[in-house]
Design a protein around this ligand. Structure first.
Ligand SMILES: [Zn+2]
Length: 323
């Protein structure tokens, strides 16, 4: 059987009204004409939406195929899984997204079977001056108050907001209401679930001249009213000097590697999802002259030995994996 290797996938591009062109200009994605490129799904295994291996002996294989045929090698200690449990994407928000919330696994089992809940985290890559993130409810707003403000079209009154800086990481457990603001370019790691309840759409009209559908009842039901405001994470040091921990939760761990010299990753019987968010890095075992550039994502199968990353000058990567 073909030995596994660091897998690069073709991006799955999503075009929505709120997108732009930065997935191409800033992250190197191949874009067609148009200024509505909103999301690049980098690693995804959800029914029809499949990451496809881009190069090497396994070119053309889908992530679902790989999991079915080589699940133990891909997932290591986390095998078996019916599908790849994480989804990683980049988002270019040229307009503010709707205010939304995702249920936790228990509520999803009730409201959205068979989908799971969705906990997610964002890392801000670019922020135009004045860009904001809405994350969590201000203290003192309960369900009745939120319902009242939504019905008056003034939902924003209830939402905690702040102006993020590039590098900020925002952790959003299931049940925390959120919206990405206009001007932000973001990397997002999440549970592979698509259950989203739209609470408020800023009183906007859709392309057909009507307000877009909301999911008010489900959203109000899914919100965790005790959570309060969500602030940027405080990165924690690890025992590896170039590595800091941004998030550690039940669903995933998210580390940031700030490299000025070589760093090994993997080799721990876990699958790692690496994404370059600044600079360039050469990956051990890959052909000369094919570094990972900003916006590139690679999946390291769990069966690989630890591999060495060598920054070309300077590089910053995200490393997401199952706990
Ligand atoms: Zn979300």
């Amino acid at each position: 059987m073909t030995p596994l290797y660091p897998l690069r996938f073709r991006p799955i591009l999503r075009r929505y009204l709120w997108g732009g062109r930065r997935l191409g200009t800033h992250l190197g994605k191949p874009l067609a004409e148009g200024d509505d490129f909103a999301e690049s799904w980098e690693v995804c295994d959800r029914g029809e939406d499949q990451s496809i291996v881009h190069a090497g002996p396994l070119a053309g294989a889908s992530l679902a195929d790989l999991l079915a045929d080589r699940g133990r090698e891909i997932l290591g200690r986390h095998a078996p899984q019916t599908r790849f449990p994480l989804l990683f994407k980049f988002l270019d928000a040229q307009k503010t997204l709707s205010v939304q919330v995702h249920p936790d696994d228990a509520r999803a089992a009730r409201l959205a079977k068979p989908d799971l809940g969705k906990t997610e985290a964002w890392v801000v890559l670019e922020a135009t001056p004045g860009s904001v993130i809405y994350a969590g409810l201000k203290r003192g707003f309960d369900r009745a108050a939120l319902e009242r403000e939504v019905s008056r079209g003034t939902c924003e009154l209830c939402l905690h907001r702040f102006e993020p800086q590039p590098g900020d990481c925002i952790f959003l457990p299931a049940g925390v209401v959120h919206a990405i603001g206009q001007g932000l370019l973001v990397a997002e790691i999440q549970q592979s679930s698509d259950v989203t309840y739209r609470l408020f759409d800023w009183n906007r009209l859709g392309p057909d001249g009507r307000p877009r559908a909301l999911h008010l009842e489900q959203a109000l039901e899914a919100i965790d009213y005790s959570y309060g405001p969500a602030h940027p994470q405080k990165p924690q040091p690890t025992d590896r000097p170039q590595v800091e921990r941004l998030v550690a939760c039940e669903q995933f761990v998210l580390d940031r590697l700030t490299l000025s010299g070589p760093q090994t990753v993997g080799g721990d019987d876990r699958c790692h999802l690496l994404a370059v968010i600044e600079g360039e890095v050469a990956v051990e075992g890959e052909p000369e002259g094919t570094p990972l550039r900003r916006g590139a994502t690679v999946l390291l199968p769990a069966c690989l030995d630890a591999i060495e990353l060598r920054p070309l000058a300077h590089a910053v990567l995200l490393d997401a994996y199952l706990p």
